[in-house]
Design a protein around this ligand. Sequence first.
Ligand SMILES: NC(=O)c1ccc[n+]([C@@H]2O[C@H](COP(=O)([O-])OP(=O)(O)OC[C@H]3O[C@@H](n4cnc5c(N)ncnc54)[C@H](OP(=O)(O)O)[C@@H]3O)[C@@H](O)[C@H]2O)c1
Length: 265
Amino acid sequence: MALPAPKPNTTVAITGASSGIGAQMAQILAAKGYSLTLIARRTDRLNALADELKAAHGVAIEVISADLADSSARATLSSRLSTGPTLIGLINNAGFGSFGPVSEADQDMERGMIEVNIAAVHDLTLRLLPGMIERGEGAILNTASTAGAQPMPNMSTYAATKAFVTSFSEGLSAELSGSGVSCTALCPGPVRTEFSEVAGSVGLEDSMPGIAVVEASEVARQAIEGMLKGSRMVIPGFANRLTAVAGRMAPRSLVLPIAAKFTSR
Ligand SMILES: NC(=O)c1ccc[n+]([C@@H]2O[C@H](COP(=O)([O-])OP(=O)(O)OC[C@H]3O[C@@H](n4cnc5c(N)ncnc54)[C@H](OP(=O)(O)O)[C@@H]3O)[C@@H](O)[C@H]2O)c1
């Protein structure tokens, strides 16, 4: 029902471990004695983090370079994860956003976002979950967002991808009841990482109410705590828990103009 204790020849895989929330989750898990498989495209960053964690905590760290937008790279990654150390945790954290009207968007970037934020989460879960169920233990954590609680003008594709991740993860969490495997949806509000730079809107977090911004290290701490307990959902920060409820419950006619205010820069 939750992330098992670390044992020899086991690993927790983290996608998007080269920066931000993923790198912070790696720090926390390594400090708790978990061996890790770090996945992203920037292997220089992953190798530097792996060296740091091995030296500090004496855990085994494997680095895998993979572009999660590429379905064949996902298949190769999944077979490596199925044949290496026993996978006791899968953290589908890699993701990115874009900013601006869909009509003016970089179309390749928008399509890539669907691949990384949705298809990779779905694909890795489909391929790796059966092994966990067979072993009767394991934990999946999928990084969604409070952006998935309601549509967001100027971040329309991103918010829709995160609505998928939230819904998929919550449904799976219920399906897995009694299986020994858990699924947790992590729904952060604004976090200062490289996210806004990648989205082409540096300082995006600063246009959000300051009370909603939570540090990446704290988001990661609450995420791992939730994964250890097998929680269905983790929303770091009181203000974000409120806005997530409001975003889901309030009429769209009210929510859309408010959301547009925060994303009209
Ligand atoms: N920051 C926020 O305000 C916020 C709020 C809510 C949710 N989130 C979510 O939190 C997660 C982590 O984001 P972050 O804030 O930590 O941003 P970040 O610092 O930009 O980290 C994004 C991570 O995703 C990886 N990634 C992106 N595209 C990839 C690809 N094609 N293949 C493999 N890896 C890829 C990046 O690695 P490489 O570039 O090295 O491949 C990087 O490690 C994302 O799912 C994001 O949507 C962020």
